[in-house]
Ligand binder design. Structure first.
Ligand SMILES: Nc1ncnc2c1ncn2[C@@H]1O[C@H](COP(=O)(O)OP(=O)(O)OP(=O)(O)O)[C@@H](O)[C@H]1O
Ligand SMILES: [Mg+2]
Length: 606
């Protein structure tokens, strides 16, 4: 089901993501600046301890820390008693520092969110815009749930990576940098002890990262399945109840959710192990540090205040390093999701090599030796099929289910290209036309009518942005025999249809789809009749709507009703991807064969 995901190197991914971030360079810089302020204030809070302690010590040690010096510069103590001075200066400095740190935190976090939400928005809209423009085979490879899950779940994963992770990396990364610089400044030899432990932490981070990525990928895929099953089950409300399939459906859902749970737990396990391991390594480093720090020779180089400040800084390192190892899971999840989204964004759009312009076709269609198999499937769905359809005629296609009728129309719509042979419109191969102009020549009422959860009007003028003309909408509804039931809806054409046209009967939905096709006013109309049985009243209405809709155009109807078939200028009988007979109802009914059989069965699917 899933296309083999190309393994992109992390750097390619990082730099591509960075490209998204660069759009918000201003906000990013503000956030960066905020976090610098934040991390420096953290160091200064450690330095404040030195100020406090040294004020109690000897006169020579007073005022050697950063904060102490800054305080002295702002407010010279004169001949004030050091303790008395410190009693006022230290709390004041603490409050000022806290305020500065708070604003650094605000700028850092808020502006990073501006960046992250921007990245998510861009990614999501890009994936969406690609999704609605890719060729049909690219969509066929996924279930709807998988596609929806990409737009919702995967995009949010990237948001996690670009907001939470970037914030943590900046905030805690800078804090670690600042603390280490401060420690180097106080006593560089002692600080080197700390670095001895760094490679061990790096190994933990790397090993853990690899596992994170693997599990994250599986979680994403299982989210696709969970979404798909949820969508299906909501849509199949009636079927599930009537076929007593609740148990079966819940078993599938439980299995999908269970897989998701197990993979998430594996991820959580690695995450829960990695943090304490990093923490233990860090504590070992601290223990060694204490041992050296209390060495009499080293001790001599410190004032009491600076020793405490040094230890305070070293202890403060613990938290940011812990969060930095922890944030890996978020980063890896984001990278796994980004990889998937980029792959989606890179899907080539529908190719259009057509150069021929077309205003309005006459509507003559010919199929010449057309053969076709669906991509990735060896089964021949159409074999060497040839057919001439004069402009303005009405052709009915009949044949058993699976004969290839819908497929033939899909080729005509240029959703797929034939493997062999060609299809022409007005004697020009259809792939020579500009795609959008070509599709403008066709109006289609699909086998499964799709209505949008929007007003009746919006459904009828779908795609016709310039048509705001209610007259035209009413005329189309009239032609499609839909005007009377629409006028009985609570708010007429302004009535919002439920999900997928819920609240309407099958026949009503089909007539709305016909109205939509009528409004498009294309020279070629394709109608893939629903196979569901319709009551006679609505059959008559649909018949009348079809008559009106087909007037003056070439009409291709895949017919399941005698009333439709009888009206056709030409009837094409298809079987196993071939045309086995063609002619009028009168000529075909006289000879034994598939048509006579289908006629006896009332053209309903067999
Ligand atoms: N997307 C697809 N991928 C692979 N095979 C497909 C796909 N769609 C249809 N087929 C196969 O192609 C064959 C023809 O299907 P098609 O939908 O054209 O039949 P049909 O004549 O329209 O049938 P019906 O009257 O039931 O609508 C079938 O065997 C079907 O299994
Ligand atoms: Mg069909």
């Amino acid at each position: 089901m899933k296309a083999e995901q190309s393994k992109q190197s992390d750097w390619v991914l990082y730099s591509r993501l960075l490209g998204y971030v660069s759009v918000y360079a201003g906000a990013f810089l503000l956030s960066f600046f905020g976090f610098i302020v934040y991390s420096i204030s953290n160091v200064l809070l450690a330095d404040l301890t030195q100020f406090l302690l040294d004020s109690l010590g000897e006169a020579s040690q007073i005022g050697i820390g950063f904060v102490a010096r800054t305080a002295h510069w702002f407010w010279p103590p004169g001949d004030m008693d050091p303790v008395h001075y410190a009693r006022m200066a230290v709390p004041a400095a603490a409050i000022v520092l806290a305020l500065i740190r708070a604003s650094g935190y605000f700028f850092g976090n808020y502006f990073m969110n501006i960046v992250a939400r921007g990245v998510v928005h861009r990614l999501r809209t890009q994936v969406f815009d690609v999704l609605i423009r890719v060729p049909k085979p690219a969509i066929d490879a996924y279930t709807h749930g998988e596609l929806v899950s990409k737009l919702t779940f995967n995009v949010e994963q990237v948001s996690g990576a670009s907001s939470e992770a970037l914030k943590t990396i900046l905030r805690d990364g800078l804090t670690v940098l600042a603390l280490i610089s401060y420690m180097l400044y106080l006593n560089w030899k002692l600080t080197l002890v700390f670095f001895a432990i760094a490679p061990a932490i790096a190994v933990v981070v790397l090993v853990v990262g690899r596992h994170f990525r693997r599990y994250s990928k599986r979680i994403q895929e299982s989210m696709g399945e969970v979404t798909q099953l949820s969508n299906e089950s909501v849509a199949a409300f009636d079927e599930i109840r009537m076929f007593a399939a609740a148990a079966q459906q819940s078993e599938r859902f439980h299995a999908a959710s269970q897989f998701n749970r197990v993979q998430s737990l594996k991820l959580a396990f690695v995450q829960a192990v990695s943090t304490p391991v990093a923490q233990v390594l860090l504590s070992v480093a601290l223990a060694v540090l204490f041992w050296f720090a209390l060495d009499p020779d080293i001790l001599a180089g410190f004032t009491a205040g600076s020793l405490v400040a040094f230890i305070a800084a070293a202890t403060q390192l613990g938290k940011p390093i812990r969060t930095l190892t922890n944030v890996q899971s978020v980063v890896q999840r984001g990278l796994a999701a980004a990889e998937d989204l980029f792959q989606q964004i890179d899907t080539p759009l529908e190719t259009d090599n057509g150069r021929v312009s077309i205003e309005r076709a006459k509507g003559a269609i010919s199929f010449q030796h057309v053969s076709f198999s669906y991509p990735g499937d060896n089964h021949r769905v159409l074999s060497d099929l040839s057919l001439e359809i004069p402009a303005g005629s009405m052709v009915a296609f009949v044949g058993r289910s699976g004969a290839g009728k819908t497929t033939l129309m899909q080729l005509l719509c240029r959703f797929y290209a034939p493997d062999n042979g060609q299809i022409c419109l007005d004697e020009q191969p259809i792939e020579n036309f500009r795609l959008s102009e070509y599709r403008h020549q066709l109006a289609i009422v699909a086998q499964q009518v799709v209505l949008f959860s929007d007003t009746v009007r919006a459904n009828v003028i779908f795609g016709q942005h310039d048509s705001r003309d209610d007259e035209a909408v009413y005329a189309a509804l009239e032609a499609a025999q839909a005007a009377s039931f629409v006028s009985e809806l609570p708010r007429g054409i302004d009535t919002r249809l439920g999900d997928g046209g819920g609240g309407l009967s099958g026949g009503q939905r089909q007539r709305l789809a016909i109205a939509r096709a009528v409004l498009k006013n294309a020279p070629v109309l394709i109608l893939d009749e629903a196979t569901s049985a319709l009551d006679t009243e609505s059959e008559a209405a649909i018949q009348a709507s079809l008559e009106a809709a087909s007037a003056g155009r070439t009409t291709l109807v895949i017919a399941h009703r005698l009333s439709t078939v009888e009206r056709a200028d030409l009837i094409v009988v298809m079987d196993k991807g071939r045309i086995v007979a063609q002619g009028t109802h009168q000529s075909l009914i006289g000879e034994p064969g598939l048509y006579a059989t289908l006629y006896q069965q009332g053209f309903s699917p067999s």
